[in-house]
Design a protein around this ligand. Structure first.
Ligand SMILES: Nc1nc2c(ncn2[C@@H]2O[C@H](COP(=O)(O)OP(=O)(O)O)[C@@H](O)[C@H]2O)c(=O)[nH]1
Ligand SMILES: [Mg+2]
Length: 319
């Protein structure tokens, strides 16, 4: 049981949510004043508000305190390559390959979380690289949010949170938006600023391609109904596996008939043989688009008065 009475405070494992340097002196503290709780009160021992692992919902306030982070939602069935996409981006960034000329990598609060997804994709002598372990719907800290920050040419910082959600969530959310199983997917759909809709080339060319197409169509309809004008990317993952032209046509039709402004990408961690590239296929292009994508800003009502104070521009409205 937590020694603090606040639900959003994890002292003494992390800093006190109310900012007390010594959590035992905080008014919300209800635990024993155990001598080993804070080993060096007043010493140079400082617990940070982040651990490096993927962030949970209660941790978001810490990142969002500075400015609203851009939330990137990746919607797709399980095994579609969503976690691999995140891991591949992290490994490319680790090689200094930041997409866009003017953008600079400016840190991450979840380096251990990124390492956890990317570790299996690393090649170590005598061991071939594997794929990330399956993201289960029962894993802790759900949805696991991975953080990245970049600075633009004017040195302005922009934070991003990437939701590594298990595919099961999206499958059940596609069928029943309000069902108990789709809670995490509902969160992603509610708060994402950019949505990536994943079409898995392996599943769409494999023995159960009909089922995979049906599941994709259900998901595409749900995303289109919930997107509220937000940018959507159609991402063909595992693009090294060829999909028949008929299948490609029906998937594209499912997306573009409902979301004509969607932008299409083909990605794979396997580069095209002729390209000689060691950065896979389309991964940096997709990251570049994702980092640039913006939610439509709400339009302010017309106003005639001069000045910048919104109270006098629009008046105080009670209704
Ligand atoms: N051929 C190929 N297979 C991939 C690629 N990316 C992922 N995979 C495969 O897809 C499986 C599932 O990947 P994962 O990222 O865990 O999918 P998730 O469930 O959507 O997160 C992996 O075990 C790989 O076999 C790719 O670019 N090419
Ligand atoms: Mg996964």
């Amino acid at each position: 049981m937590s020694p603090c009475s606040r639900e959003d405070c994890f002292a003494p494992d992390s800093t006190c949510a109310l900012g007390n340097p010594d959590p035992q002196k905080c008014s919300a503290w209800k635990g024993e004043t155990a001598p080993n709780v804070n080993p060096e009160p007043g010493g140079d021992h400082l617990v940070m508000p982040w651990s490096g692992s993927a962030l949970g919902l209660v941790d978001i306030g810490f990142v969002a305190g500075r400015s609203k982070p851009v939330v990137v939602g990746i919607a797709g069935p399980q095994n579609a390559g969503k976690t691999t996409l995140l891991a591949a981006w992290y490994l490319l960034l680790g090689r200094g390959l930041v997409p866009g000329d003017k953008r600079r990598f400016a840190g991450s609060y979840t380096l251990s979380g990124w390492e956890a997804v990317a570790n299996s994709l690393r090649w170590s002598p005598g061991q071939p690289p594997g794929f990330p372990p399956h993201t289960t719907s029962r894993a802790g800290r759900i949805p696991g949010l991975l953080h990245l920050a970049f600075r633009n040419s004017e040195a302005r910082l922009r934070s991003y949170l990437f939701a590594d959600a298990p595919g099961e969530w999206f499958q059940s959310w596609g069928v029943n938006r309000d069902g108990p199983e789709g809670g995490g997917a509902r969160w992603v759909s509610e708060y994402a600023d950019v949505l990536l809709l994943v079409a898995d080339c392996e599943a769409l060319s494999g023995p159960t391609l009909g089922t995979a197409r049906g599941a994709f169509q259900v998901l595409a309809r749900r995303v289109s109904a919930e997107r509220r004008g937000r940018p959507v990317g159609l991402v063909w993952t595992k693009a090294d596996k060829p999909v028949s032209p008929e299948m490609e046509k029906s998937i594209r039709a499912a997306v573009f008939s409902l979301m004509p402004d969607a932008v299409e990408f083909r990605v794979s961690i396997v580069a095209e043989a002729s390209s000689g590239s060691d950065t896979g296929q389309g991964l940096l292009e997709l990251l570049d688009w994702t980092l640039d994508a913006q939610r439509l800003r709400p339009l302010m009502p017309d106003h005639k008065a001069a000045g910048t104070d919104p109270l006098f521009l629009f008046g105080a409205r009670t209704a």
